[in-house]
Design a protein. Sequence first.
Lengths: 414, 129
Amino acid sequence: MSVAATPKVDAIVADFPILARPTSRGKRLVYLDSAATSQKPRAVIQALVDYYEQYNANIHRGVYEIAARATTEYERARVKLARFVGAQTSEIVWVRNTTEAINLVAYSWGSSNLRAGDALLLTELEHHSDLVPWQLLAQRTGAELRFIPVDDRGVLVLDDLDRLLEGCKLVAIAHVSNTLGTIAPLETIIPRAHAAGAVVLVDGAQGAPHLPVDVKALDADFYTFSGHKMLGPTGIGVLYGKHDLLAAMPPFVTGGDMIRRVEYAHTTFNDPPRKFEAGTSNIADAIAFGVAAEYLQAIGMEWVREHERILTGYALGRLAEFEPRGLAIYGPRDPALVSGVISFNFADVHAHDLASILDTEGVCVRAGHHCTMPLMDKMGWAATARASFYIYNSEADVDALCSGIEKAARVFGV
Amino acid sequence: MDDFYRDYILDHYRNPRNFGTLERSDAQAEDLNPLCGDEIRMQLKLDDGVVEDVRFSGKGCAISQASASMLTEMVKGMKLADVAKLSKDAVLENVGIGISPTRMKCAMLGLRVLKSAAIGELAGWPDEE
Ligand SMILES: Cc1ncc(COP(=O)(O)O)c(C=O)c1O
């Protein structure tokens, strides 16, 4: 079955206004950079317009009609996101993005739970967003940073996991690597981390958009993700945290809205999630994020995963045709192990030059270190080109990528 | 952009001129473009304020490496004071047309490093002792 060519994809493409706009060179836009940020369907864009045109008002305080509607829609969006990942509504904290969610946990949970001599366990695949906050936490507390190693295909090596977990208070791990697309074996790691007494944060920036996620089945303690990578607007994301953990954590940013009662010298805080939502929230974007989650649920996350698995398999096959001319594919070659991301290099054409040539054909790919500099150093790659897929991509997009690589071969005389 | 990759650019990319390191140099600097990881180091050998020899090393895309290579050819025999005053246009004239704004940083990396070596030398780096 060729899911990637079904009428379903055509119907999805028709929902994305940007995909109908040719580039300045008159090419069809072939968007293969959804791991950086996804495109937005009309329904999400319309939700932003509706809020600003029909009921723009601050939330949680106004008594008048449009303020009540804004509050209702904002809190309904929280319910939608809770359903999307299988959480309780009170466990969904609105943040700006994954980066902010991880920083919130590193400061709030980290500073009150970590002491000198404790260990933090990450993996060698982490995005800078799931590395730098822990480095700083380790420096502040005197805790030790450890890393689960990867093999030369970017697959996590768990042989030493139990030793790495000794004395470990927190494990932070990407659900899916943004550089190689590898899916972490969370069902193995999380129970063993818990058995060792560690709390587990899953960086779901590339997980929630592409895989069915049930935080209760995973038993993740924290799960973080960004709206903009899953059809929603920029500037809104989610920190999921188990209720008891959130309740015990001190606030991160403080001020209005996160309080219960304030006296001149003393304040009692609101309950989670609002304890962590100081100041006027990103109301419009939260509401539109709710619409994005609904859109994905209507398509079905099982379908999303299957579509990307098939498309990745097709792309791996097409790219392999260039291997005799020096194309190198990084990461596992098995579409069952990766989620819609392929990193590669072509002969001596630098990834940036390749991306520039592809751009002239309307093909958008990412080139560089993908915010995983330590991984690139370890692997000895200066830069890679990365194609990443989503629901609106089809085999025709992969074919356009390959025609673009042909063009690069001509230009560079490969 | 594709018309930027002319034969002489690719030639400089694949056969960079003055590539390598000097065992002893009078001025040097290095920098990287943190967005894409391109790196360039420039070393100058001076004779009475004139660039007698130059070497560059580093790695990166065709645009950053070719423009650095062409720059080294341009500055040999030039007064250090003139190197310090080189403008963006001098590089663009050298490299040719058609650099897109997103790639301008790549094209200018060599110039930035070279000028910082020259300006640093003219101003006198702080004594490290
Ligand atoms: C795995 C991973 N973690 C974290 C992030 C950071 O996401 P954001 O920039 O939305 O905070 C990204 C985004 O590229 C990512 O891919």
